[in-house]
Design a protein around this ligand. Structure first.
Ligand SMILES: Cc1cc2nc3c(=O)[nH]c(=O)nc-3n(C[C@H](O)[C@H](O)[C@H](O)COP(=O)(O)O)c2cc1C
Length: 271
C-alpha cells in the first residue's frame, strides 16, 4: 500500500485534542509545507497559522486545540475548487505527521477568524482547521457529531463512478484497474459527509461533476460543495501522481446528458 493510501485510509476528522501544543519542529514542517502547496488551477491559497489563545479562537465542536490554520483565496472563478485541493494537501500532510485536523466551514465565529487571519477585500476564507495531536478518546460531543452526520459511512463506488454516461454504474472489470483511485475518492471528507462528487469515466478522461444539495452556496464563502470537489480532485490526482503519472486538468464539458442539480466542473486527463 502506498503511503498516500495509508494516510487517506487512516485520516478522520479530529475534534478532541490532547491539549499538548504542536511542537516547534512540527510547526516548522507545517509552515515549510504550506508555503509550497500548489493546485492545478494555479490559484494561490494562502495559509495562516493562528494561536487560539492569542486571538481568542474556539469552535463549539472542538476541545483541547491550541492552534488553527486558516486558508485564504482570492474570489476568482474556481477559487472554491482550488481551495479544496490545496487545503486538503495540508490536511493529508498534517495527518502523515500525526497531527489531526477538521475542516470547519460552519461551526465557528467566522468574523473572529477572518479578522485574526487578516482577510482582505476581494479574498475569502472558506474554512479553517484546528491543528493538534488527537486525544486517546473522542469527547461525547465528538462521538455524537460523528454519528449525526454518519461520518464513518461512504457511498459505494457504483454510485459515484459512472461508465460513459450519467448513472451508468462502472462495471467491476472497469473498476479493477483504478480500484485505488476509486477508494481514495470515496474516502475523501466532505461538508456534512454529503460526498457530492460524481465521476463519468470515458477512456482516460475522468469528468468530475458536482451533485448539488440545497443550502451550501453562500455569497461570502462560495460553494462549500465545490470545496468538496476540490478535495476529491486532490485525492484522485495525488493518487495518479503516486503511480508516477502526470495527470492534467482541463475544462471542456463533454456534453454528457446530466440531470437537474448536477454541474460539470472539470476533466482529469490521465496521460
Ligand atoms: C468543506 C467542509 C466543511 C466542513 N465543515 C465542518 C464544520 O463546520 N464543523 C464540523 O464539525 N465538521 C465540518 N466538516 C467535517 C465533516 O463533517 C467530515 O469531514 C465528514 O463528516 C466526514 O468525516 P471524516 O472527516 O471523519 O471522514 C467539514 C468538512 C468539509 C469538507
Amino acid at each position: 500500500m502506498t503511503d498516500l493510501m495509508k494516510t487517506i485510509q487512516g485520516r478522520r476528522s479530529v475534534r478532541t485534542f490532547d491539549g499538548i501544543p504542536v511542537s516547534e519542529e512540527d510547526r516548522d514542517r507545517l509552515e515549510r509545507y504550506m508555503r509550497q502547496i500548489t493546485n492545478p488551477f494555479g490559484i494561490p491559497v494562502r495559509f495562516v497559522l493562528l494561536d487560539a489563545k492569542e486571538y481568542g479562537l474556539s469552535s463549539p465542536v472542538l476541545s483541547g486545540e491550541k492552534l488553527y490554520v486558516a486558508g485564504k483565496v482570492e474570489k476568482v472563478p474556481y477559487a472554491d475548487v482550488a481551495f479544496g485541493y490545496s487545503f486538503e494537501k495540508l490536511v493529508l500532510y498534517a495527518w502523515s505527521l500525526g497531527i489531526g485536523t477538521t475542516w470547519i466551514g460552519g461551526t465557528m465565529k467566522r468574523e473572529v477568524f477572518e479578522k485574526a487571519a487578516g482577510l482582505e477585500d476581494g479574498e475569502m476564507m472558506p474554512c479553517i482547521s484546528p491543528l493538534g495531536y488527537p486525544a486517546n478518546r473522542l469527547s461525547i460531543k465528538e462521538a455524537l457529531m460523528r454519528r449525526g452526520v454518519g461520518a464513518d459511512n461512504r457511498m459505494p463506488a457504483e454510485k459515484i463512478f459512472f461508465d460513459g454516461a450519467w448513472d451508468a454504474g462502472l462495471p467491476a472489470e472497469k473498476q479493477a484497474p483504478i480500484a485505488d483511485l476509486i477508494e481514495m475518492v470515496r474516502l475523501a471528507p466532505s461538508a456534512v459527509n454529503k460526498q457530492p462528487w460524481r465521476i463519468v469515466v470515458s477512456g482516460n478522461d475522468y469528468h468530475f461533476y458536482e451533485k448539488h444539495d440545497k443550502g451550501y452556496v453562500n455569497e461570502k464563502v462560495g460553494d462549500m460543495q465545490k470545496i468538496d470537489i476540490g478535495i476529491a480532485l486532490c485525492h484522485f490526482m495525488s493518487g495518479l501522481e503516486a503511480q508516477g503519472k502526470k495527470p492534467e486538468i482541463v475544462t471542456a464539458d463533454p456534453g454528457i446528458a446530466i440531470p437537474e442539480g448536477v454541474e460539470y466542473i472539470v476533466t482529469v486527463k490521465d496521460c
